[in-house]
Design a protein around this ligand. Sequence first.
Ligand code: BDR
Ligand code: CA
Length: 316
Amino acid sequence: MKKNLILDVDTGVDDAFAILFAARHPEINLLGITCVDGNTNLENVIANTLKTLDAAGAGDIPVARGATRPLIDEPRYAEFVHGSDGLLDMGIPPSKRVLDPRPAVELIRDLIEGAAGPVTLIPLAPLTNIALFLRAFPDTAAKLERIVLMGGSASAGNATATAEFNIWHDPEAAAIVFSSGIPITMYGLDVFTRLQLTHDHGTELKSREHECSQFSGELIQRFVKQFTALADQSEITLGDYGAVATAIAPHLVTMERYRVVVDTTFGPNRGQTVCDRRTFADSAQDSIHSNAPSVDVVMDLDVDAITEMWMRTITQ
Ligand code: BDR
Ligand code: CA
């Protein structure tokens, strides 16, 4: 049976890698996509998402408008990584696809209520839309099979020394999602950069005829150029795609179960996902972690198999 997925995105180069895969993989039923600000502003995110669906050759997948900013903090974008339009300024004309008229939280509700089987929600972005959905429609949210999210870290951060960008962008929203009681898989920075591509992958894709391969090849080569300039680094990551791969092929990853607390204080660790990796903890002395939700955290993965699955899906 196909797996029913809903994506929540801030497209973003690696969100685009994830959307291309989810729209084309034969075992995925992509029910819909909701957009939120994050890597760039919401208007850019929507435009990039629709263009990516065009490149994927996707059918009529509903795409909805979500939050324009985090619950409390001001938005802080990552355009220095993803380009001024969030998709490396490829110059692709606007899509003719029409946005779904429903707000993101209503689209998520309707897709879950109308689905023929269980639904997995895959946030690849700050968790603002998902927190609002959980608060607006808790009974529908309880029907979710699982949330598999890209975000957080059991080790180092990227936006700050300890916080990963998606969680740091809206820590209050993340705290609501992590404490929701819905089973959560966290695909975070512990594995995020492990799925690597080079300029040669782009060349291989651009040698193929169809639009999805051409688009992907161009995006990869622009991202390589960006990272070479930013960090003198010639490999780029498939990033957010790894969370989608985890949802459909959990046998290709290794998870550890940790109790996780999202730091919502205003100190240097704001936005950190504090994972309890102790082998022995005296719960009498630690009421914070002993009452925290247990989360399945991806700590290792079959790099070759997951990378090959993406290349195969994009080119077939
Ligand atoms: C995450 O932040 C964004 O830049 C990426 O799209 C990814 O979702 C990595 O921290
Ligand atoms: Ca993202």
